[in-house]
Design a protein around this ligand. Sequence first.
Ligand code: G3P
Ligand code: CA
Length: 231
Amino acid sequence: MENNKPLVIGHRGAMGHETENTIASIEKAMELDVDMIEIDVFKIKSGEIVVFHDDSVERLTDGKGEIESYTLAELKALTVEGGHKIPTLQEVLDVMGGKTQLNIELKGRNTATDVNRMIEADVKAGKWKLNDIIISSFEWDELRDIRKLNSDVRIAILIEEDPLDALEVGKELNAEAINPSFKKLTAENNLKIKEAGFKIYPWTVNEPQDILHMKRFGVDGIITNYPERVN
Ligand code: G3P
Ligand code: CA
């Protein structure tokens, strides 16, 4: 039997439809009426936070090298697959305007201070509610850094292997959720995570039979490249 409807979380925007982590992908996810959008962020050489998935710009752009070694002017000169530009986090915050929840995945190093400053500024300006933003990372020290700066921000613990290994840090950081690979979620660990009081937002669930499987587990949200398949 299916439990309550999980949140539909667009992965890197709606990357099944538009180039990942671009404004077009964010807009597509909003058009598909997602509940939340997941994006990845890095801090670059000139100090800005930009929205991009890989350490290196090579897979998705006409440039070469590590994204963290670029200035914003240099990055903006690159073309992303499909004719797009790499957006800054501020551009994404502005485009979304607090209308849809946002999951910011801290991918790079030293992102916590700037990401926290930006979200606090937008909350203060009335553009966003803090409750509509959740911060996740596989780099748990980045999450520790942001928790030190902000006792209220929602946190999700990303984990690639056994999801139960995230419970301890989840408690330490007063996290809302454990975000496991859907392939590692079992009937047994799903129950244990719930009993420990955490929500579960598995990634990246694209095939209809896997989406149904996660719904049967009663997960709280589904991170997917194809938001229309979850509804
Ligand atoms: O946040 C879930 C998912 O995005 C984690 O993996 O590699 O797609 O960033 P990845
Ligand atoms: Ca991600």
